[in-house]
Design a protein around this ligand. Structure first.
Ligand code: HEM
Length: 134
């Protein structure tokens, strides 16, 4: 397997794992498991970080793939919404975790559903972009 393929698949696995941990974390808190919720969300953050590192290495070493298919408008909408929300997701996640660690759960509960929603959207569209570019 080439270094490019390794970096690409590694980042795809990392972003999917991160998204699945967020979904698990939401289910766990709904079921009342606070400690497991915390562990799931911190694991989601770790995998998001791994994704960013692998993505940055790949972007700095290899050129970006170009979309040549016939759904250009849909592709660009997906790509731009994914990119913008992935940037927004970072301060949202940091704030959500900060509020939880400081035990300000009332404020954590207000922002957390948005953070979880944006996070899951970014993970899902990350995979979508991969399929567009295949
Ligand atoms: C970015 C990461 C996180 C996300 C996306 C997130 C998401 C959520 C969501 C969706 C809820 C349910 C809100 C509701 O009831 O409507 C929640 C509640 C909660 N979260 Fe998080 N969470 C995150 C990180 C954490 C961390 C790191 C901790 C612990 C240090 C934590 C502790 C809690 C607790 C204790 C509740 C229940 C609050 C209550 O019902 O009074 N969360 N979180």
């Amino acid at each position: 397997m080439s270094p490019y393929t390794l970096l690409l698949y590694g980042s795809l696995v990392a972003i999917a794992t991160s998204g699945l941990f967020v979904i698990s974390g939401v289910i766990l808190i709904r079921l009342g498991y606070r400690d497991y919720h915390k562990a799931a969300m911190l694991s989601a953050s770790m995998f998001a970080l791994i994704f960013v590192i692998l993505y940055m290495i790949r972007s700095s070493l290899f050129p970006h793939a170009i979309y040549t298919g016939s759904y250009r408008a849909l592709f660009l909408t997906t790509l731009w919404s994914h990119t913008l929300l992935s940037i927004v997701n970072f301060p949202m996640a940091a704030t959500t975790i900060y509020l939880a660690v400081k035990k300000r759960y009332d404020r954590h509960k207000k922002i957390a559903p948005y953070t979880a929603g944006v996070w899951i959207y970014v993970a899902f569209t990350g995979w979508l972009i991969y399929f567009f570019l295949r």
